[in-house]
Design a binder for this molecule. Structure first.
Ligand code: NAI
Length: 317
């Protein structure tokens, strides 16, 4: 079986493993590197088990078997060997600017003019990580959402000097491996997902802080209300469908939106009595112990899996 090309993954924790599985599912040869060799062997064991489980459940991506996909992934104890000849290198080390800068300067030294140098960072701006690199035009942030196997969004953010062809090529690659890329035209703090997420968190917090609602009921507004439609369409399309089109929605509700928005208070400081209230409610539901959190994450992932399966069935019917 001939691989499509090589992808290097730097850092084989949670996100590195997720990327490795996505690329292998599409037939790419994947080299996984980590500063800790035991992380690489742990990642390989974990990936093998996950692929077998996915195959048994009928949820394996792509047309290759679990064994064929696993055969495309190898562990690597040498940074340069993991990256050399790769068409795309995905950095997945912890969220620390100095560490990421160090990794990208190492990568800059081995990169050829055809390699895409990509970071998984959740919130560090590309200009902070990539400025001054020789291959800055080939650098990009490709921010996945956890767990990437079931949540397909990938945010692509350019450095001000990133070439458009690198954005286009990475967008095409993400589509090819079954993800849903979105492109930011320029960098902005928080990228898109977290800007929108933080706006939701801020208003949720205010409703609790101002004594309007309980934390449990605030979460229900999303899980039983907004989240139901947001699972398959965005807020703009919701507006469009909730009136006779977008302009009609704005005509009907524009003033109301502005009036309500003008009552939003200052940014919460996420501390004090409100924090105690939210923490007590969340801990009552799921104690903050590793075992309880792991069990609840399994519950979440099972639902995400079910949702992914339902969406794929509906898209294909
Ligand atoms: P993690 O802590 O699970 O894995 C990080 C891995 O990097 C570890 O295996 C560690 O040994 C390795 N590492 C540390 N220093 C290294 C070095 N110098 N060279 C090579 N490997 C090194 O972290 P996780 O959660 O996988 O996050 C990785 C990146 O992905 C972060 O930037 C994070 O912000 C981003 N991200 C994380 C998400 C999440 O939900 N966990 C979601 C989206 C992005």
């Amino acid at each position: 079986m001939a691989a499509k090309g090589k992808v290097g993954i730097i850092g084989s924790g949670l996100i590195g493993r997720g990327w490795a599985m996505l690329f292998a599912a599409s037939g790419y040869e994947v080299c996984l590197f980590d500063i800790l060799p035991e992380q690489v062997s742990g990642a390989l064991d974990n990936i093998k088990m996950c692929l077998q489980d996915l195959q048994k459940a009928g949820l394996l991506r792509g047309s290759l078997t679990a064994d064929e996909q696993f055969g495309l992934i190898s562990g690597c104890s040498d940074f340069n060997a993991a990256c050399q000849g790769a068409l795309h290198v995905q950095e997945c080390v912890p969220e620390n600017l100095e560490l990421k800068k160090k990794i990208f300067s190492q990568l800059d030294a081995v990169a050829d003019d055809n390699m895409v140098l990509s970071s998984s960072t959740s919130c560090i701006l590309p200009s902070k990580i990539f400025s001054g690199l020789k291959h800055v035009k080939q650098c990009i942030v490709a921010h996945p959402v956890n767990p990437p196997y079931y949540v397909p969004l990938v945010e692509l953010i350019p450095h001000p000097e990133t070439e458009q062809s690198i954005m286009d090529r990475t967008r095409a690659l993400m589509k090819e491996i079954g993800q849903s890329p979105v492109s930011l035209k320029k960098e902005v703090d928080g990228f898109a997902l977290n800007r929108i997420q933080y706006a939701i968190i801020a208003e949720s917090w205010r409703l609790i802080q101002d004594g309007v609602m309980s934390p449990e009921d605030v979460d229900t507004v999303m899980s039983a209300g907004l989240g139901r439609r947001y699972a398959f369409m965005g807020p703009l399309e919701v507006m469009h469908l909730n009136a006779e089109g977008m302009k009609s929605y704005v005509e009907r509700y524009g003033e109301t939106m502005q009036r309500v928005l003008s009552t939003f208070g200052p940014i919460p400081d996420f501390s004090g009595p409100a924090l105690e209230t939210v923490d007590a409610a969340m801990t009552n539901q799921t104690p903050s112990t590793p075992e309880a959190l792991t069990e609840r994450r399994r519950w979440r992932d099972a639902r995400l899996t079910g949702l992914a399966r339902l969406q794929s069935d509906m898209d294909n019917s």
